[in-house]
Design a protein around this ligand. Structure first.
Ligand SMILES: Cc1ncc(COP(=O)(O)O)c(C=O)c1O
Length: 427
C-alpha cells in the first residue's frame, strides 16, 4: 500500500497531486487517435470522400464552436470539436487534392510525426534528444553523400524560406563576421543576385536581415526560366559601378512555377571569379552560435558537438529529420527514387493529355515535374492571342495553373514569361 501523501499546498494550490485527470486524458488521446485513424488515414485514398467541405469564413465561424471560455469543456464536446476540425478541413491527402507542395499521405512520416508529437522533444542538446540528433546526423550524412560531397554540415530547417534566410545570413557572415556582434552599422551596401523566377522568400529574407529588398538584383531568365549567366555577370558589374558590394548568388534548382534549374556550373564559375558566395563549408555554428550557458555547457559528460541546436536560428526545434528518416528507412533509397520516377512519369502523362485535349495549352515542355498550362475557356477558344485575350484569360474564373506533378497545383504568375514573350505584343 502506498502511504497517503499529505497535500503540499502553496497559495491554495496542491503541488503533489496530478494537474489533470490522467485517466480522462489518456482516454481522450485514445479516442482522438481513433478519430484520426478513421476520419483521416482510412479515408485518405477514398475518392468518394470530399476534398473539402467548403464554407465561407462567416458560415464556418458559426459552424465551429471557436470561443474559449473560462471553464473547460467536457470530453464528448472536445471530441465533437476534433471531428468538426477534420470535417471542415481540406483533405490534403485526398487523391484529387491538387495544390502545390503535396504528394498524398506518407504513412511512415505520419507515424514518425505522431511519435515525435507524443514525445515532444526539442532538438537542441543531446541530453534532451539523443535519438533525434543521431537521426538528423545520419540523414544529413546521406544527403551530403547524395550530392557528391565528401564532407559537409547542415541542419534541418522548418522549410525553404528559413533555409534561404539562413543561407543569406551565412554568406553575409562569411564576408563580414563582425556583423554578428556589431550589427549592420559598419556594413557597406550589400547586393545579392537571384533569378527573376526565384521564390519570393529571397525578398523576405533580404528584408528580414536588413539587406533590403532593393538590394536583391533579379537576373533575367531565358525562355525556360533559367538564370542567364551573362546577365548575372552584367549585374555584378553594375552593382560594383554603383559602389555596392556583391556578396551572394542564390541559384535555384527547380523554380517554384516553371521548375527550372539554373545552370549551376556556369554560375559557380562566375562566383569563383568574383569571389561571391555559392557554398562554403563549416560556417553554421560560427555564424549562429549564441553559446547559451544554460544549454550548451562545454563540460558535459558526452561529446558536445552533438548539441547541434547552437547551429540553428531556433532554440526549440522539431525533429523534422525523423519523418524523412522513417520514410527513407521504409522505402529505401530505391523506393524514394521510384517515387521521383513516378512523379516524372505522371508529369509526362499529363503533358500528353494536355496536348490531346481541346481547350488546354501547354506553356512549355517541362524539364521537371512542374507542368505549366493554360485552360482556355470555350468563350476564348476562337479568339486571337492578343492583349485582350490575355486580359480575359487572367480573370479569376479563367485561372491558368501550373502543376508540380506529384506535388500539386501552382497558379502561374500572369502572364508567365515564356508566354509573355511568345504571345503578347510589347506594346
Ligand atoms: C524554390 C522554392 N524555394 C523556397 C520555397 C519556400 O518554402 P517554404 O514554403 O517551405 O518556406 C518554395 C516553396 O514553394 C520554393 O518553391
Amino acid at each position: 500500500m502506498t502511504p497517503s501523501k499529505s497535500p503540499v499546498l502553496v497559495d491554495g494550490v496542491v503541488l503533489n497531486g496530478p494537474q489533470t485527470d490522467v485517466k480522462v486524458g489518456e482516454n481522450f488521446v485514445e479516442e482522438a487517435c481513433r478519430l484520426v485513424m478513421e476520419e483521416v488515414v482510412l479515408k485518405a485514398t477514398d475518392v468518394r470522400e470530399k476534398v473539402c467541405e467548403w464554407q465561407p469564413p462567416e458560415q464556418l465561424r458559426q459552424l465551429l464552436d471557436l470561443e474559449m471560455r473560462d471553464t473547460g469543456e467536457p470530453q464528448d464536446k472536445l471530441l465533437k470539436l476534433c471531428q468538426d476540425v477534420i470535417h471542415f478541413s481540406v483533405k490534403t491527402n485526398h487523391p484529387r487534392f491538387f495544390n502545390q507542395l503535396y504528394a498524398g499521405l506518407d504513412y511512415y512520416s505520419l507515424a514518425a510525426r505522431i511519435i515525435t508529437e507524443a514525445l515532444n522533444p526539442s532538438v537542441y542538446t543531446y541530453e534532451v534528444s539523443p535519438v533525434f540528433l543521431l537521426v538528423e546526423e545520419a540523414v544529413l550524412k546521406k544527403m551530403i553523400e547524395c550530392v557528391g560531397w565528401k564532407e559537409g554540415d547542415g541542419i534541418f530547417n522548418p522549410g525553404g524560406s528559413v533555409s534561404n534566410m539562413c543561407a543569406m545570413n551565412l554568406a553575409r557572415y562569411r564576408y563580414y563576421p563582425d556583423v554578428k556582434e556589431k550589427g549592420l552599422s559598419g556594413l557597406p551596401r550589400l547586393i545579392l543576385f537571384t533569378s527573376a523566377e526565384c521564390h519570393y522568400s529571397m525578398k523576405k529574407a533580404a528584408s528580414f536581415l536588413g539587406i533590403g529588398t532593393q538590394n536583391v538584383y533579379f537576373v533575367e531568365t531565358d525562355g525556360r526560366g533559367k538564370m542567364i549567366p551573362e546577365e548575372l555577370e552584367k549585374l555584378i558589374w553594375q552593382a560594383r559601378k554603383e559602389g555596392a558590394v556583391p556578396f551572394l548568388v542564390c541559384a535555384t534548382s527547380g523554380t517554384t512555377v516553371l521548375g527550372a534549374f539554373d545552370p549551376l556550373d556556369e554560375i559557380a564559375e562566375i562566383c569563383e571569379r568574383h569571389s561571391l558566395w555559392l557554398h562554403v563549408d563549416d560556417l553554421l555554428k560560427k555564424c549562429y552560435s549564441a553559446q547559451a550557458t544554460y544549454l550548451f555547457q562545454q563540460d558535459k559528460f558526452y561529446d558536445v558537438s552533438y548539441d547541434t541546436g547552437d547551429k540553428s536560428i531556433q532554440c526549440s526545434r522539431r525533429p523534422d529529420a525523423f519523418k524523412f528518416w522513417m520514410t527513407w528507412k521504409a522505402l529505401g533509397t530505391l523506393g524514394l527514387e521510384e517515387r521521383v520516377n513516378r512523379a516524372l512519369a505522371l508529369s509526362r502523362y499529363l503533358v500528353d493529355e494536355i496536348k490531346k485535349r481541346e481547350g488546354f495549352k501547354l506553356l512549355l515542355e517541362p524539364e521537371y515535374t512542374n507542368i505549366c498550362f493554360w485552360y482556355i475557356p470555350p468563350s476564348l477558344r476562337d479568339m486571337e492571342e492578343g492583349p485582350e485575350f490575355w486580359k480575359k484569360l487572367s480573370l479569376p474564373h479563367d485561372r491558368h495553373v501550373g502543376i508540380h506533378e506529384g506535388l500539386g497545383l501552382t497558379p502561374c504568375s500572369f502572364p508567365p514569361k515564356a508566354s509573355r514573350e511568345d504571345s503578347i505584343p510589347s506594346s
